[in-house]
Design a protein around this ligand. Structure first.
Ligand code: CP
Length: 311
């Protein structure tokens, strides 16, 4: 019932979520469809509790709920404006919020593992909307949905993930999902200090997924089917000045090298690692990716609300 890690979803479950997202997408594009969606879950609510900054995840979850007819209680700086600021534990916060009859709690925390702690005491589904350097499972679902839509499959792909892989939770969650499909090969591009962590490498090895590391971005770009770029997570670095900022930038030169059939993704926000000139290239899919997040999150909340309807 909780959504805590990307590895909890089987390919069959993902197909169901993607199918529901496709139906919802269609309905969102007609007035009759929007009215129908808004009639589905009236009288239900979600709590949206963010201890860390967000644009896409918070807005898309809250709009997803509203478009499904649900109410939203939200706090976007929960560390400051909830009683956590007075020393309350996450467990007590969740015990209280989950007792208010909501259908789900969407939770973003600065520290990994807090969503799992919240789930242990919650009376309603906890949706991990990013826990520190841990995971971002709903981002991984929308990433996989985007890859499926653009490339037609989630198997047999050469995927390049680049940027700050040490602190990025989206690459961790996406690795979990890609490992569920056969014949994928992942190349992780970064400087040694920001490379993907040992636990993900061990996981991929155990799952039989071919993977390697590189500090050269250009050679892997030539044959990649999917290029997944990420930003430097300055907020998680003890001393950001030690990391060169101009190392891995996708610009017009990188586009010339990149496979013509590749797609370029980014969880966003970007802060200079994809040049603005790239936006008009047909391979750039990061804004479609963000929009896909709305439909995936509507599908997830629709499911949670259905469970509550039937309970
Ligand atoms: N991709 C993502 O999680 O973006 P936000 O931090 O803006 O939610």
């Amino acid at each position: 019932m909780h959504i805590l890690s990307a590895n909890q979803f089987t390919p069959g479950e993902m197909d169901q979520i993607f199918g529901r997202a496709d139906e919802i997408r269609k309905k969102c594009h007609t007035i009759e469809g929007r009215r129908y969606l808004a009639s589905l879950h009236q009288g239900q609510q979600i709590c949206s509790v963010f201890y860390e900054a967000s644009t896409r995840t918070k807005a898309s979850f809250e709009l997803a709920a509203i478009k499904l007819g649900m109410g939203v209680y939200e706090t976007e700086n929960a560390g400051k404006f909830s009683s956590v600021a007075k020393g309350e534990t996450i467990e007590d916060t969740i015990r209280v919020l989950s007792g208010f009859g909501v259908s789900a709690i969407v939770l973003r925390t600065k520290e990994e593992g807090l969503a799992a702690r919240a789930a242990k005491v919650s009376r309603v589904p906890i949706i991990n909307a990013g826990d520190g350097k841990g995971e971002h499972p709903t981002q991984a679902l929308l990433d996989a949905y985007t890859i499926k839509r653009e490339k037609g499959a989630l198997n047999g792909l050469k995927i390049v993930m680049g940027g700050d892989l040490a602190h990025g939770r989206t690459v961790r969650s996406l690795s979990h999902i890609l490992a569920q499909y056969p014949d994928n090969e992942i190349t992780f591009i970064s400087i040694p200090e920001l490379q993907i962590s040992e636990d993900i490498k061990s996981f991929l090895t155990a799952q039989g997924v071919k993977h390697k590391e590189s500090s050269d971005m250009f050679e892997p770009l030539r044959s990649a089917d999917v290029v997944y770029w990420t930003r430097l997570q300055k907020e998680r670095l003890a001393d950001p000045s030690l990391v060169p900022e101009d190392g891995f930038v996708i610009d017009s030169h990188a586009l010339k090298v990149m496979n013509k059939a590749a797609i370029l993704m980014h969880p966003l926000p970007r802060v200079g690692e994809i040049s603005l000139e790239v936006d008009n290239d047909p391979r750039a899919k990061y804004f479609e990716q963000t929009e896909n997040g709305l439909y995936i999150r509507m599908a997830l909340l629709d499911n949670a609300a259905e469970v509550k309807n039937n309970s």
